[in-house]
Design a protein around this ligand. Structure first.
Ligand code: CP
Ligand code: NVA
Length: 298
């Protein structure tokens, strides 16, 4: 049995197979082909944080594959009232075929994997967001071909998405420049683990030189709302705008996992401009995760 808790839980070969299969599934879906490979299968989706893309893509994805998805908010299940994670993992996994979790504590996801009996999918923790990277890598491949040997620049917070880009740099063989304000670098253990694939900057212009893809994310992630004002000051020189994009290669692309704040981490001219791939990136959550579900369940 396999889990998908961090991107590097899977081999590069398997990750590439999932992405290639996702591209096929997308074409088949758009051509109206019915695929009920997951008929009678149930995915439990546990959320203690908000979501638009993750919830809709997993739920629609299970429906399209002939199965069913259960939305379980922590406000509705006993987990939110203190039932132990271990007990919850044993019980839910005795009734469903896979569990997707968006929870604050990465340890809770590992705990489910240790105590449950079905595949566990990390749908965002404070540490990482591997499902998003499947969609991002699929999107790059569709638009630009292989990302191997390319340069990607992360601009902004050294957060869960940044950590997962570090894992992707190793898995997919690209160079990752990371531009953050001082004090907002990725966690040290990630820097130590992925040091051969990354270069750290405190200057966004320098980090964007000769890059093929510029990626950013919100300055204050879910759970950091109280730091919004402080972060707006710290990140003021880290907005991805047309001026910053001028440092990148002329055919460079832009990605953002969304939700985005125009006028903060990205200007409207970039996110709504010709270099932006964000709408395909969002849609590809559906196709990439359908492929992931088939890989884990079929
Ligand atoms: N990118 C992403 O995970 O979006 P949601 O928070 O809307 O699920
Ligand atoms: N870093 C963001 C990603 C949202 C998809 C957060 O954790 O809120």
């Amino acid at each position: 049995m396999k889990h998908f808790i961090n991107l590097d839980d899977l081999s590069t070969t398997d990750l590439n197979q999932i992405i290639d299969q996702a591209i096929v599934l997308k074409k088949e879906h758009k051509a109206g082909k019915i695929n009920e490979t997951l008929k009678n299968k149930t995915l439990a989706m546990i959320f203690d944080k908000s979501s638009t893309r993750t919830r809709v893509s997993f739920e629609a994805g299970m429906t399209q594959l002939g199965g069913h998805a259960l939305f379980l908010s922590d406000r509705d299940i006993q987990l939110g009232r203190g039932e132990p994670t271990t007990d919850t993992a044993i019980v839910i996994s005795s009734m469903v075929d896979a569990i997707m979790m968006r929870v604050s504590s990465h340890d809770d996801i590992n705990n489910f994997a240790e105590n449950g009996s079905v595949p566990i999918i990390n749908a965002l923790s404070d540490e990482s967001h591997p499902c998003q990277l499947l969609a991002d890598m699929m999107t790059y491949k569709e638009h630009k071909g292989s990302i191997q040997g390319k340069t990607v620049t992360w601009v902004g917070d050294g957060n869960n998405m940044c950590h997962t880009y570090m894992q992707a740099a190793k898995a997919f063989g690209f160079k990752l420049n990371i531009a953050t304000p001082e004090g907002y670098e990725p966690e040290k253990r990630f820097i130590d683990n992925y040091q051969d694939y990354i270069q750290l900057f405190n200057n966004a212009e320098q980090a964007c030189k000769n890059t093929d893809l510029v990626v950013t994310d919100v300055w204050a992630s879910m759970g950091q709302e109280a730091e919004q004002a402080k972060r707006e000051l710290a990140f003021e020189n880290f907005q991805v705008n047309e001026e910053l994009m001028m440092n990148a290669n002329s055919n460079a692309s832009f990605m953002h996992c969304l939700p985005a704040h125009r006028g903060e981490e990205v200007s409207a001219s970039v996110i709504d401009g010709s270099q932006s791939l964000v709408w395909d990136e969002a849609e590809n959550r559906l196709h990439a995760q359908k492929s992931l579900l088939l890989y884990l369940l079929d």
